[in-house]
Every structure is written in C-alpha cells, then in structure tokens.
Design a protein around this ligand. Structure first.
Ligand SMILES: [Zn+2]
Length: 338
C-alpha cells in the first residue's frame, strides 16, 4: 500500500498504485525555476516524482513574486539563488522526494551531463538559445522533453519525444519567427497563464513518465484574454538538421566569453571563457578596498560606483547597470581577469 499522501492520485484510475510507484522511481530535470519551473516543481514534488533536479542561474527578486509561486519575501531579502529557495520550500512540502538544486547556467559544455540518465526534461526557460540546446541534447540521448513558453496572456506547449514526434527544430527552424524579441519585461505576463501552461506541462509530464497512450501529440496554444485555444498539428521536417540529419550545431558551438541580457531586468550575464572557481573569502579581501563587498556560500556581491556585480561559484557574473555587453565584459575583466 502506498502511503496516504498519494491516495487521491492512486484512486485516479489512470495512475493507480503501479503508476504511483513508477512516478516515485522517476527522475525529472527542470531547467529554469521561474514562473513555469516553480509551478512544475511544486506539482511534481507533491505528486511524488522521486527525483527532481532543479537548474537555474538566477536569484529571487521582488518582481518574481507575482508569478513564481515557490518564493516569498524572505527569499527576496536573502537574495537566495532560486534553486536553493525552491529546494527549501519543496523539502518542507514532500521530504520523501529527492530534490537536487544546481546553480548553473545551462550551456553547450554542461547540458549533456546535466540531463544524463533522466526520464524527462522540462523546458521552463525563457529563451530559444537554451531550447535549441535542450532539443539537441535530448535528441542525442533519446530523452523526451516538454517545450513550454508563456508571455502576455498566451502560452504554447508541446511534447517532444525523440523518434516519435517532430522535434523543436522541425517547427521553430533556425531563423525562427517565433522569436520576435518580445520579453516578459517589455510586454508583461499574467500569472494565470504561466500557471495554466505549467499545469498542462506537468500533466503531460506525468503521462509521459507513465508511458500513457493519452500523451498529447499536438502543440497547444492558448490565449486566456482573447479566449482562444488551438491544437496545432506540427509536421516533421524530413530535412531537419537535428532529427533528420543528426547534426548538433548548438551543442558543438565552442565556449567563448559570452554575454546575454537577462529577461526582465537591467542585468547582463557574463560567462568567462575559462572555467574557474572563485575563492569568495580571498576575493572579498582584495575587493574591499575598491568598493562595497559582501558574500555568502552562493554569491559574492560587489558594488562600485553605479554598477553591482554578483559573482557565482562557477565564475559566472550578473552585472547590473553596465552600459552594454562590451562594458559588462570590461567590468568583469577589470576585477576578475579572463
Ligand atoms: Zn526535427
């Protein structure tokens, strides 16, 4: 008999006791712990998915609380990395689930290792760059994944199962027109639409883990303001570079010092060319003559003039108030080398 905790789910005929056991033996990787990721993590943790790996590069801020349901004001005050805040909340919700928090930026160098041996990957990111990587890594390792995106009052989600469904590249293409430059910070996003999208995503996650015949094969599009729901048939592209020709251009892309402007804030992320593990204690000593510096086990914060740098344990930094991406690299190099 499976504990009382899951009785409502076990009594649901399409899951049952065998299904529940299967869920408890499953491993899911959630990439991105924002509006979609927090809802998915909450749903899957309560549903008893046995092992949940959380990956995110960011920390909790006040503008997150409108829709990122696992966080609260204490997390904002503590500037907690999102995965650590999520981990603390999830542990109190269901201690029988193993939650593995990983503070990292997903890139071509680490994604294949991050998803190895998992049963399913959930795309809860906000950018196409990462989705192309997820698509290639999952296709290579034959791991199913679920694409999901939400903005304004609309959302889109699709299950991508290697060798069964079209892949992400089949419909997005290389110079995709789905990516029109809008972000949640410029045109906003309703918390109801992220909640709905992520709930659909986690329902499909359960079905995929249980190898249900009812897994959705179409792309679901919904606009909760304009009252639209569409199920869109996506065709497989026989010349698709990924699922047609087994070419993994995004994974192969070399690692150089790179920057990206983060969705929703005045911050630029700098990822150095050379991987290094900063010694926060030593650095804070050196930087204390130049500006204000503070650190905890996860992040070192350095404030000088008008900009603020947050340096993480993997050598990556978020720089607030840099003029542009080149300025951000210059600031990074000035204080940390590279
Ligand atoms: Zn394809």
């Amino acid at each position: 008999m499976i504990e009382d905790r899951y009785s409502r789910q076990v009594n649901f005929g399409k899951i049952g006791e065998d299904g529940q056991k299967k869920l408890m033996e499953s491993t899911v990787v959630i990439i991105g712990l924002g509006a979609l990721g927090t809802v998915c993590a909450n749903n899957l943790c309560r549903a008893g998915v046995g092992h949940i790996k959380l990956i995110d590069r960011d920390y909790v801020e006040i503008s997150n609380l409108q829709r990122q349901t696992l966080y609260d004001e204490v997390d904002v005050l503590n500037e907690k990395p999102k995965v650590m805040a999520a981990y603390d909340h999830l542990r109190r919700i269901n201690s029988s689930v193993t939650v593995e928090p990983i503070i990292a930026h997903i890139g071509p160098v680490n994604i294949e290792e991050m998803i190895r041996n998992c049963d399913l990957v959930l795309d809860c990111t906000d950018n196409f760059e990462t989705r192309y990587l997820i698509n290639e890594a999952c296709y290579k390792q034959r791991v199913p994944w679920i694409y999901c995106g939400a903005i304004g009052s609309n959302c889109m989600t699709m299950n991508i199962i290697p060798n069964q469904t079209p892949c992400f590249m089949c419909f997005a293409g290389e110079d995709d027109n789905l990516q029109n430059g809008d972000t949640c910070s410029t045109i906003g996003v309703l918390n109801m639409v992220t909640g709905i999208a992520a709930s659909y995503q986690s329902a499909e996650a359960i079905k995929i883990l249980l190898k249900s015949e009812d897994v959705r094969t179409t792309m679901l599009y919904m606009d909760i303001w304009d009252n639209a729901t569409e199920y869109i048939e996506v065709m497989r592209n026989p010349h698709c570079p990924v699922c047609g020709e087994n070419k993994f251009a995004h994974l192969r892309a070399g690692q150089s010092t790179s920057t990206s402007v983060l969705c929703g804030k005045n911050e630029i992320q700098v990822i150095p060319r050379n991987v290094w593990k900063p010694d926060f204690h030593q650095l804070s000593f050196a930087l204390s003559n130049l500006g204000e510096v503070d650190y905890n086990q996860f992040v070192l914060t350095f404030q000088k003039d008008s900009f603020t740098i947050k340096l993480f344990g993997d050598g990556r930094a978020l720089i607030k108030n840099a003029k542009d991406e080149n300025h951000a690299i210059a600031i990074y190099t000035e204080f940390f080398g590279g």
